[in-house]
Every structure is written in C-alpha cells, then in structure tokens.
Design a protein around this ligand. Structure first.
Ligand code: SAM
Ligand code: SF4
Length: 322
C-alpha cells in the first residue's frame, strides 16, 4: 500500500490490550480506566484485519499493548498471524515481566523477534520508574531469551533525572551479548509530556567516551526508523530512535491498530478509522479493505508534536502501543 506521499506502508503495530502489569511513570502511572473485554478486538477480529492488511501490502506485524503478554492466548494469536499469507515477520514488544514463562510458546509460534523494554539495570531505579519491584524477573526473561537464540532488542527511554546514569550499563549489554540496545526519545504523548527527554546526540557523545571506535552502520535492521552504530568491541549494536529531534516521517512505513480496533495512521494525531463497529456489523473483508485504504489516504505527511493541539492524540501510550 502506498500513501499519498508515495510512502510504502508495509508495517502494522497491533495493540492487543490496554492493560499492563507495570505502572511506568511516563506511560501509565496509575490505575487508569480500562477498556472492557467487549470493547477490545477479539483475536479472530485481529486476524481478519491483518489478513485484509496483508492483501494490501502489510508484511510486518508488531504485537504490543499495554503489556501484550498479560492477555491470555497472546502466543496463539502470534501463531495465527504467522500463518497469514503475505505476512513475513511477526515480532513482539514486551516489558519482559512474563517473558520467561512465555518463551517456549513464543518459540513454538515461530516469533521473529522480541523487543524488551528496559530503562535501567538498577533494580531500585527500575522500581522507581515502573512502580514494581520486578527487575529480576525481567532480567531472567531477557537472559533466557538470549540463551534460547531469539533476536532480541532492548528498548530504553532515557528520562531526565531518572535513568541518565543507567545508559552506559545498558550499552554494555551489547558488548556482552548479541543484542541491539536502542534509545528511544521520549515523545510528548500522554504522561510523557510531564518528563524531560534526553537527546540521542547527547547519549551518543557519552557512549563515544567509552566506545571511541563506534561507527554509524548502514546495515538495515528490522523495519523501523532506528539508526544504528556498531563497534568491533560490541557483539550487538546501539540504535537511536528520535521521533522528535530527527523527524523520520518521510520514511514512515507504518500504521497502528489500537486495542479497541481503531486504525491510526500517525502516532501524533487522533485521526483514524474505527474498524470494530463495521466488523461487528458484519462488514466483509472487501469492505474493511476499502475503509483501510480510505484511512491511509488521510495519513498526514508528518507529525506536529507540540503544535496543532486540537488535532493531537489524547490517548495514552499504553492505549496506542508505542
Ligand atoms: N508494555 C510493552 C512494553 O513496555 O514494551 C509494550 C507497550 S509500550 C507502550 C511500548 C514502548 O513504548 C515501550 O518501550 C515504552 O517505553 C514506550 N513508550 C511509552 N511511552 C512513551 C513515550 N511517551 N515516548 C516514547 N516511548 C514511550
Ligand atoms: Fe506498561 Fe509498557 Fe507502558 Fe510500561 S511502557 S506502563 S510496561 S505499557
């Protein structure tokens, strides 16, 4: 599928729940009101949307949330998505709390990659940032995923006054293990608006003090907008995703399906199309496909974080899926 600006859209992020077992300060700090079970797309409805999307050129799917592993049957869904003709990769992004137990089923489902969100290796800071004292569970899951040979990426959101001292220890994981450690710039969405981001340039400067031979890599990894750096002393690599300071909208290849079946074409805008209602009213695959194409025609050229407040997304990141 191409949009109006000739961007090839081949990647869809699917939030399968707005619930989470952590309370990250910049994402879901309190017990917010949650969608009811009936509001959430059933797995067969998600499969239908993905089938239609695959017929229109979507090739890569990312399962996200809330925390996707808290929804029962998540690994069965992944197995089902992997069988859709045209879908080449299905990956998951998880906070890792329930990862260790899920790994055998994820392997059986033939998942193509696991992103673990981990903002610090300091268990005290972890509890401060996520509201839960579960760092060791995440660590065990991460280590087991690496041991089992999954393609693992670690995602860290650096926050001023919180995990700034944790960034080099996280980088060191790419020295010791074949993992990509990525720094994601905090976006002014939901509770994220209340915290200060640390820019990628600043982090890179710090890393260069410890890894002076770090070099920009031209190799394409995954399907996203990260730019990567490698060094002979690293088994993995270091990535940066800077949606605000280094806009990558001209290369945007993605759409998003929220847990309640809303198809969003840009993270920063509230615009999109509700697919749940037509699906539940019996719309055919063809009709859903037409709705998707109509949504895509409205995909904005670029985000306007901080401007055009009336059109800005008011959902929280836990409701969109990142
Ligand atoms: N619970 C899963 C997890 O933490 O990986 C999946 C959902 S979570 C919303 C996906 C990613 O979004 C996480 O890596 C999280 O750190 C990131 N995130 C949440 N709020 C953000 C914000 N305001 N700016 C940038 N990233 C954010
Ligand atoms: Fe949950 Fe992920 Fe949001 Fe943290 S970032 S509260 S783990 S959804």
């Amino acid at each position: 599928m191409k949009d109006l600006y000739q961007r090839e859209i081949d990647y869809m992020r699917i939030s399968i729940t707005d619930r989470c077992n952590l309370r990250c300060k910049y994402c879901m700090p309190d017990d917010i009101s949650l969608l009811s079970h009936n509001d959430i797309l059933r797995y067969e409805e998600i499969i239908m949307v993905c089938k239609v999307a695959a017929q229109r050129g979507i090739r890569h799917l990312k399962i996200t949330g809330g925390e996707p592993l808290v929804r029962k049957g998540c690994t069965d869904l992944i197995r089902g998505l992997k069988q859709i003709p045209g879908i080449e990769h299905v990956t998951i992004t998880t906070n890792g709390v329930l990862l260790k137990e899920a790994l055998p089923a994820l392997r059986d489902a033939k998942i193509d990659g696991i992103n673990v969100s981990l903002d610090t290796l300091d268990s005290g800071m972890y509890e401060k940032m996520t509201g839960k004292d579960v760092f060791s569970k995440v660590w065990d899951g991460l280590m087991e995923a690496i041991r089992m040979g999954f393609r693992v990426k670690i995602n860290c959101v650096p926050i001023q006054g919180y995990n700034e001292d944790s960034l080099i220890p996280l980088v060191n994981l790419a020295k010791d293990y074949p993992v990509d450690v990525r720094f994601i710039e905090l976006m002014p969405i939901g509770y994220g608006r209340q915290f200060g981001a640390v820019s990628g340039d600043e982090i890179l400067k710090q890393i260069l003090l410890f890894y002076p031979d770090l070099e920009k890599s031209e190799e394409k990894k995954g399907f996203g907008p990260a730019s990567y750096y490698t060094s002979p002393s690293l088994k993995g690599s270091i990535g940066f995703i800077e949606a605000v300071h280094h806009k990558f909208c001209s290369r945007c290849n993605r759409i998003r399906l929220t847990a309640d079946g809303y198809l969003k074409t840009c993270l920063s805008y509230k615009d999109g199309i509700d697919l749940k209602k037509p699906i539940r009213e019996g719309a055919s695959e063809e009709e859903i496909g037409i709705l998707m194409e109509a949504a895509l025609r409205k995909k904005p050229k670029e985000h306007h974080f901080g401007q055009m407040e009336d059109q800005m997304e008011n959902r929280r990141m836990s409701q969109i899926g990142g």
